[in-house]
Write a protein that binds this ligand. Structure first.
Ligand SMILES: Cc1cc2nc3c(=O)[nH]c(=O)nc-3n(C[C@H](O)[C@H](O)[C@H](O)COP(=O)(O)OP(=O)(O)OC[C@H]3O[C@@H](n4cnc5c(N)ncnc54)[C@H](O)[C@@H]3O)c2cc1C
Length: 406
């Protein structure tokens, strides 16, 4: 095993947050120990666990105390199951499913859907084509409708609208929620609104008191209007579901979806040079800062990973990277699915620029720096060593894939 120290900022955050349902599982198992003068000390805060509604519960059977049972977050903590046996109505969500998985934007939308569903309604997620997601239940999906088949995969907005119309006829959802994103939801939502003849509420960032508030006027104004049937919501429109688990019961359409006469032909994805992708649109960014000591190795790693290069302002000011690669408040605000920060301390101006990134990976010598606090995954160590190990791992993975294919 490597001796690189890895931190899990999410686990640390949960361990500090007493109201999180996984809080107890993140506590060290040891609750009593012998002090330096021979007296047994007990940590009374460590006994019991916090229930989903924030109240402390103590299991007097002792099974959860004194470290007798080793607790593991993944195995033992079961979130309470939210069931809707006979939904009074549906709130339908059409997630973007970028890369076949729920994005953080999709999860925010599911959180908003639960806000609108209350206890009587069910959240129905409509997913197109094949997916790789296995966490629909914990993301808040009560009913799952997968519209499979080649006709729905790739860029097929017309066929997808046919599918959504069929869902609308059968389930008659009280509200439709789509992400107002550039990953498909924004366009699909507007097309669907035209097909339904509904006026959608766009760029919605809050739904409250029977009103939805969206951005307008080039992002300078808020527009409040009664909650629309079709809502195109921005990221962070609501807290994602985190305290309940849901059934994600599969449902089907009773009639097959009519084939649309497609006027659009999807010719598939085109291989592009990652360096040519504008920073604001790049999905995978490999960014270097003052902690990068070997820039040739940095470029080599970015090429091996197939990532778009980015940089901190210091790296740009020092002449190692071009000005158009600067990420941050005075550079580009990026929205990557994965952002790798190599030797970047996490100054506020830099963090502002990566606020919308989905997963952040930090490589840094300093375990206490702000970038590590922001990161979802951190690797503590010398950047050059880690980049070399990364290249070796990527090459080994590719060679193995080639061997398997041969
Ligand atoms: C008005 C204004 C606007 C700004 N706008 C931006 C902006 O848009 N974007 C931006 O990035 N900055 C911006 N800045 C600058 C910002 O405040 C920081 O100075 C800058 O982001 C720091 O860059 P850095 O993290 O690369 O360097 P440092 O702060 O020097 O951090 C280097 C990091 O590398 C780590 N490290 C060192 N050696 C190694 C090693 N061998 N291996 C691994 N890790 C190592 C260190 O632990 C440290 O965390 C702005 C500042 C101002 C005042």
């Amino acid at each position: 095993m490597s001796d690189i120290i890895r931190r899990d900022p999410r686990a640390e955050w949960i361990a500090r947050n007493r109201l999180h349902p996984l809080h107890a599982a993140m506590q060290p198992a040891q609750h009593s120990w012998m002090g330096p003068n021979g007296i047994i000390r007990k940590n009374l805060h460590g006994i019991g666990f916090i229930g989903p509604n924030g109240i402390k519960r103590i299991d007097r059977s002792g099974a959860q105390q004194g470290g007798a049972v080793k607790r593991s977050a993944a195995v033992e903590v079961q979130l309470p199951l939210h069931q809707v046996p006979a939904p009074a109505f549906y709130i339908s969500v059409v997630p973007d499913m970028v890369g076949g998985r729920l994005s953080s934007h999709d999860r925010d939308l599911l959180g908003l859907a639960h806000q609108l569903a209350g206890s009587d309604g069910a959240v129905l997620a409509v997913v197109f084509g094949e997916h790789k997601e296995n966490a629909f239940a914990t993301a808040g999906v009560d009913r799952l409708l997968v519209l499979e088949g080649d006709a729905f995969s790739g860029y097929a907005p017309e066929q997808r609208i046919q599918g959504l119309r069929a869902v609308d006829n059968q389930f008659n959802p009280r509200h439709w929620l789509l992400p107002d994103s550039r990953s498909g939801g924004g366009e699909l939502g507007r097309r669907f609104a035209a097909a339904l003849g509904e006026r959608p509420a766009t760029r919605v960032w809050q739904v409250k008191d029977q009103e939805c508030i969206g951005r307008a006027g080039a992002g300078l104004q808020d527009l409040a209007r009664p909650v629309a049937r079709l809502i195109l919501a921005s990221a962070e429109c609501a807290e994602p579901v985190s305290e309940t688990r849901h059934e994600a019961l599969p449902v089907e359409l009773s009639t097959p979806v009519a084939r649309s006469l497609s006027r659009i032909e999807d010719l598939g994805a085109v291989a592009v040079d990652p360096a040519a992708i504008p920073m604001a649109e790049a999905e995978f960014i490999f960014s270097g800062g003052n902690g990068v000591k070997d820039w040739d190795l940095f470029h080599k790693t970015a090429a091996a990973l197939g990532a778009t290069e980015g940089a901190s302002r210091v790296a740009v000011d020092d002449g190692f990277m071009a000005r158009d690669r600067q990420v941050g408040a005075s550079g580009t605000w990026v929205t990557a699915r994965v952002y790798v920060a190599v030797g970047i301390s996490g100054a506020i101006q830099h963090l502002q620029g990566i606020g919308a990134c989905d997963k952040v990976v930090a490589i840094n010598l300093d375990p206490g720096c702000d970038m590590i606090k922001r990161a979802d995954l951190s690797v503590i160590g010398e950047s050059a060593e880690i980049l070399q190990a990364l290249i070796a791992a990527v090459e080994a993975y590719r060679n193995e894939a080639k061997r398997d294919a041969a």
